[in-house]
Design a protein around this ligand. Structure first.
Ligand SMILES: [Zn+2]
Length: 281
């Protein structure tokens, strides 16, 4: 079986780039319009009735969190978690919602169904502010989070690979990006976060901004430099050529041929190349 096949079968929690793409699509389809809202599953009926018929003003993504704002109704807050999913149709008649559809929204011929979210509720402005305040800077939303990233990372004990999954340090990085960012910078995942030099932290922030923004553009995570694979563009890469180390344990490193390793850090598996990311450097 190819590594690409293995990657495709993993349940992968959506990372920041996915949420920003959902926000962009929903903004295009629903913002400025009066939206019909209902709960096919019934578990969100009372809240959907509060939103039904209101004009959606905006959709904002912050890290892995989504906020839908309305002309005269509380903000709808959504976190997809590991299995939550939106299915969206821009013009075509959608199929009937499944029995698990928590929320359906429709406007001007566009429809979206939300199923299986970790969080879906109406929030007051204070709670929205609390959620955002608990998060580190979102590199997709603004490049200006560098100082805040330094401050929050400096306060962390433990390995950098754990700190990068902490949404209070930086918002939007998940398991794929953390493994790939550390590979690209040659940093061993066990390196204590506090031992990184200011230059390394700067580089980590800049690379995070660049890679997550490319993820929004492509709609998928592609970290491999195309020239290393002998192709011209990132989108020429096959599915299993897109990543350097993520889920590639036992396979040769794309750069040096050493065998890629895997271990648990912060309760999730991570992958690294022992030669490109030597320990203690
Ligand atoms: Zn290597």
């Amino acid at each position: 079986m190819s590594s690409g096949g293995r990657t495709a079968t993993l349940p992968v929690m959506p990372e920041g780039h996915t949420l920003h793409r959902i926000a962009r699509r929903h903004r295009d389809l629903f913002a400025g319009r009066e939206v019909e809202a209902w709960s096919p599953q019934g578990r969100f009926s009372a809240e959907a009735a509060v939103l039904d018929g209101h004009r959606m003003e905006d959709v904002a993504a912050y890290g892995k969190h989504l906020f839908y704002r309305w002309d005269d109704a509380p903000t709808l807050y959504v976190h997809l978690g590991l299995v939550g999913k939106f299915r969206t149709w821009s013009r075509r008649q959608p199929p009937p919602p499944t029995s698990g559809t928590r929320l359906a929204m429709r406007a001007d011929g566009a429809t979206t169904y939300l199923a299986g979210p970790m969080a879906c509720r109406l929030v007051a402005p204070e709670e929205e502010a609390e959620i955002v305040d608990s998060l580190g800077p979102d590199p997709i939303q603004s490049r200006r989070g560098r100082r805040e990233f330094h401050r929050r990372l400096d306060a962390k004990r433990g390995p950098i690979a754990a700190a990068l999954l902490d949404q209070g340090v930086v918002a939007g990085i998940g398991n794929v990006y953390r493994a790939e960012l550390l590979f690209l910078l040659g940093i061993h995942p066990d390196t204590p976060a506090a031992s990184l030099t200011p230059e390394q932290v700067d580089d980590l922030w800049d690379l995070t901004v660049d890679e997550l923004r490319l993820g929004v553009e492509h709609g998928r995570i592609i970290t491999v430099r195309p020239q290393e694979m002998g192709t011209r563009g990132r989108t020429d890469l096959d599915g299993d050529e897109r990543l350097y180390v993520y889920h590639r344990d036992g396979l040769p490193c794309r750069r040096c041929g050493s065998v890629v390793r895997m271990k648990d850090i912060a309760g999730r598996k991570t992958w690294w190349c022992p030669s490109c990311q030597p320990e203690g450097e």
